[in-house]
Design a protein around this ligand. Sequence first.
Ligand code: G6P
Ligand code: ZN
Length: 543
Amino acid sequence: MTIHTVATSPFSGQRPGTSGLRKKVTEFQTPGYLENFVEAIFTTLGDCSGLTLALGGDGRYFNRTAIQVILRMAAAHGVARMLVGRRGLMSTPAVSCVIRKRGANGGIVLSASHNPGGPHGDFGIKYNIENGGPAPEKITEAIFANTHALTSYRISDAPPVDIDTIGKTRIESMEVEVIDPVADYAGLMESLFDFGAIRALFARGFTMRFDGMHAASGPYAKAIIEGMLGAPAGTVINAEPLEDFGGHHPDPNPVNAAELIALMAGASAPDFGAASDGDGDRNMIVGRNFVVTPSDSLAIIAANATVAPGYREGIRGIARSMPTSTAADRVAEALGVSCFETPTGWKYFGNLMDAGLATLCGEESYGTGSSHIREKDGVWAVLFWLNILAATGKSVPQLVREHWQRFGRNYYSRHDYEAVDPAAAEDVMADLRHKLPLLAGHTYGGHRIALADDFAYTDPVDKSVAMHQGIRIVMTDGSRIVLRLSGTGTEGATVRLYLERYEADTARHDLDTQEALAPLAAIAEQISGLRKRTGRERPSVIT
Ligand code: G6P
Ligand code: ZN
């Protein structure tokens, strides 16, 4: 075994986005592309001797290749120990769990989350720090700066490591330990939730379908829901991770998990439905003929949190991303705890959780989680719902309706305009920014604008500032229109339009969501000209 220093030159565009570096697989296959980015990570870490890192991915195409390259580079940089998930698999929340439980210094997650996989799909790589969470911006920016400064990378020429068998081997002086990717995580879940009550629920004949979408959460859901909680075999479907996710889009929303939605709307619908995404950190919750919005899910978990043993003492605070509906704010108020509004991206929750300011966090993008780890967590959210259903004996629709009766309903929808011309998207945003100072006080279609700004966030813990995090137009009745550019797309630009309308009156809690929000959508178009400027008649995806 020899360590080589290989000459290289920088690639442009290696700036990590909302959640790490995501590019087409073909781009990652360009010689040196992956190596350069990994070198930039190690350069940012500095002296790597003595470091223990976790490593795993969602199993998508190129995962196994990347694992071997990263191992050989880690060895060349003097990393002491690498904890690798068997078969190169580890869901994002499990990486976070392993880093924390085993006291690792950080970890590398290989995933493009919910983006399609396969040779023509996407690949991604993300660095997590020792609290188990995504690296904050100062680190991702340092990595980016290092991608520009590279002239070489270091790599061992060791042969591939067997990552399919649990056990220890070495590359150079680095120990490689292949671990069961499920065990630590399953133990953590058992400590948080009332497994006895959930087991009894299944024993009473409660039925459920969990769609693993042929991605990372399948093995976790199978081991926990079917194995530890005794749900019948077949409860977890599409459980085997596949390199191309079976050709599907592993994004748990009503559009991409259409099969599950159809099942839940049919005559033979089980009591409860759920799905997770490519790397297992997202979740979708569905009842019989009833889809729960992620914003409502966060609020309902918060309102019922104390039924779960891990949260029996109550929650310390809630945090939600700015575009997420304000349903959770109402629960926080009732509980007498703080509610933080952060920019989009799970990394912004890390400091709040580390400082003990927030226990529960959530995003409209089907992300929910808590301070048990520092990533959002799909299976955790599903188990929380199961715990609430077991403790209350209520159905999903009943729970949600009762929540609305108590707190009011926040009608909510996201309209995505995908793969639009980046210049047109920038135009829309720039033009809106210009208009902002003039909007407050104006009335559009009966809605008076109370506040219009370009969201900026000052982290209450380290006082770091994130600017230009999305346009926020808030009406006097609490309704909101939010527009921002996605930071996770890999093709052109994606403009997201988020619509929210608050309705206190129980008699108006059964409107069709799109109809309820149509007036706000019209105002958004009137102010932004989004459709006109991007040449689109309608959004490409509505969730
Ligand atoms: C990932 C991130 C989330 C984010 C979501 C959408 O899942 O982890 O924090 O909310 O992407 O981000 P985007 O920038 O595409 O709206
Ligand atoms: Zn994900």
